[in-house]
Design a protein around this ligand. Structure first.
Ligand code: AMP
Ligand code: ZN
Length: 115
């Protein structure tokens, strides 16, 4: 837990946020500023600053984060229409919150952009 990290506070229950998924390692919730009809954030409970900070030992966690995206795509019924999973890592990607999070976006055609 990083004491001034907003996503640690959400994962730890100190900041009231409706969770759409949780297990012992992962929580997911709706993005506060949604960019699509479905815009969820999927995070590890543990404070990992960014994708770059994942280590070999975290391979299982990395896989579970992706599988949680699949699970939520089904739950939110965007599995057939399609969806996007992305993570911003570092300054040039515009990472605003320094706690690893996957964005899950769907529910409308998404722009075909790589940047
Ligand atoms: P990124 O630019 O990838 O770091 O994205 C950070 C995301 O976190 C943005 O899409 C924000 O809208 C979202 N966000 C920031 N604070 C909260 C919060 N308290 N609850 C839900 N989403 C948040
Ligand atoms: Zn954190």
């Amino acid at each position: 837990m990083s004491s001034d990290c907003i996503f640690c506070k959400i994962a730890g229950g100190q900041l009231e946020t409706e969770l759409v998924y949780e297990d012992s390692e992962i929580v997911a919730f709706k993005d506060i500023n949604p960019q699509a009809p479905v815009h969820l954030l999927i995070i590890p409970r543990r404070h990992v600053p960014s994708l770059l900070d994942l280590q070999e030992d975290d391979a299982d966690l990395a896989g579970r984060l992706l599988l949680t995206a699949n699970r939520l795509a089904r739950t939110f019924k965007i599995d057939q229409s399609g969806y996007r999973v992305l993570t911003n890592c570092g300054k040039d990607a515009g990472q605003a919150v320094s706690h690893l999070h996957l964005h899950l976006l769907g529910g409308r055609p998404l722009l075909q952009t790589m940047g």
